[in-house]
Ligand binder design. Structure first.
Ligand code: NAP
Ligand code: MG
Length: 408
């Protein structure tokens, strides 16, 4: 396509490049699936671990600021350095997770959504449509204070008001023998922001929102989550949800778990930190492959950042460096781009861009459904004579072929 025929993306897209095998695939996806068709301005941030090191991680902060400016970004997977990586890349220090840094700046919630094809179906046969998980990523057990109790004694919860006032005390347990205790917390502000992100994203996706806690047992802590969600719904969302034909549904976590196994999917399930940690792994595993899971960070102020849920696929990258063939799956990376483009098109009111995003996803799904797939999918796909494993680049080429047909 000449540049006059290309589809115009009006507002710049914040692009965050990454590491290892995903960086290799990222370039292929851009070169073969995006740049030939789109006239877009990319506000590019190189989050390669070495460049984060060179900039003392300021490039990550700048990328987050750019998402605040333009509203929509797309991110490649990145290395979160540990001691081994500090050595491998001669880093100044083990920089923090870029995802953590960006989430902190945007105050966002992460939603994970599986990609479903006809031949790679969830193990749970009832699930026909994606179950999106929204996990509250603050507090609870993840910032706990815990203690081993050596023997007999009194364990108490104590709250001391700042600037004086009465201390509040509650006995946890009069220990007669050794044991354990744990203190956890959350804040109203964080729960409110989580609730807002969930209501925003369910409306964005036009799916029902479920929220579940153990409020029958935890009558103050979990009940606080329930009440904040309920207040947020009544004050800000009830009318919008009715207009969109979707509902908000609160139920006990046990009930939600039992229901979800028989539900057809097509909903957003909001969960507390621990519940979301556990349930998102269950949904991911039931969906076939890590490479079929997409992820989007939604801020309560309406910023969106799209990415694949998987990491940099380090083992495949080392094989790639050795000159070996790899069969690494680019589906989640492609859906990160399509998600970002669709959102950009919606915000800019450019239906051609939304249509391109739809066709890109259709082309990718059609490729897998035709039996052309990467190694990770071949092991979980329904057996069929036409199934064949292809390498990393030919897989993207096959999608490019299907996309070309759809666009012409
Ligand atoms: P990973 O990159 O997700 O890969 C784990 C394994 O899952 C791979 O070895 C591969 O299994 C399979 N896999 C994942 N994605 C695949 C794909 N697209 N196609 C085919 N197979 C795929 O996790 P990791 O190896 O634990 O982490 C590697 C690096 O990624 C780490 O430095 C970590 O910090 C980083 N990371 C980044 C993010 C992020 O940026 N969002 C998230 C997680 C991890 P087989 O080897 O069996 O083929
Ligand atoms: Mg987990």
């Amino acid at each position: 396509m000449s540049s006059n025929n290309k589809i115009k993306v009006v507002t710049p897209i914040v692009e965050m490049d990454g590491d290892e095998m995903t960086r290799i695939m990222w370039q292929m996806v851009k070169d073969k699936l995006l740049l030939p068709y789109l006239d877009m301005q990319l506000d590019y941030y190189d989050l390669h671990v070495k460049h984060r090191d060179d900039t003392d991680d300021q490039v990550t902060v700048a990328a987050a600021a750019a998402i605040k400016k333009y509203g929509v970004g797309v991110k490649c997977a990145t290395i979160t350095p540990n001691a081994d990586r500090v050595q491998e890349y001669h880093l100044k220090t083990a920089w923090k997770s870029p995802n953590g840094t960006i989430r902190g700046i945007l105050d966002g919630t992460v939603f994970r959504k599986p990609i479903i094809t006809k031949n790679v179906r969830p193990v749970v046969s009832a699930w026909k449509k994606p179950i999106i998980i929204g996990r509250h990523a603050y507090g609870d057990m993840y910032s706990n204070v815990e203690m081993q109790i050596a023997g007999a004694g009194t364990a108490e919860l104590v709250f001391t008001p700042a600037g004086g006032g009465m201390e509040v005390r509650k006995i946890i347990k009069e220990f007669q023998e050794p044991g354990i205790i744990q203190g956890i917390h959350n804040t109203d502000a964080s729960i409110e922001s989580f609730a807002r992100a969930c209501f925003t994203f369910a409306l964005d996706q036009k799916v029902d929102l479920w929220f579940s806690t153990k409020d029958t047992i935890s009558k103050i802590y979990d009940a606080r989550f329930r009440d904040i969600f309920s207040r947020e719904y009544e004050n800000n969302w009830r009318d919008k949800y009715r207009a969109a034909g979707i509902t908000y549904f609160f139920t006990l976590i046990d009930d939600a778990v039992a229901r979800i196994m028989k539900h057809e999917g097509g909903l957003l399930w909001a969960l507390k930190n621990y519940d979301g940690d556990v349930m998102s792994d269950m949904i991911a595993s039931a969906s076939g492959s890590l490479a079929m899971m997409t992820s989007v960070l939604v801020s309560p102020r309406g910023y969106f950042e799209y990415e694949a849920a998987h990491g940099t696929v380090q083992k495949h990258y080392y094989r790639h460096l050795e000159g070996e063939r790899t069969s690494t799956n680019s589906m989640a990376l492609i859906f990160a781009w399509s998600g970002c483009l669709r959102k950009r098109g919606e915000l800019d009111r450019t239906p051609a861009v939304v249509d391109f995003a739809d066709k890109l996803e259709e082309a990718a799904i059609a490729t897998v459904e035709s039996g052309v797939m990467t190694g990770d999918l071949l092991t979980v796909a329904e057996a069929a004579v036409g199934n064949r494993k292809v390498d990393t680049e030919p897989f993207i080429d096959a999608i490019a072929g299907n996309l070309q047909k759809k666009l012409s």
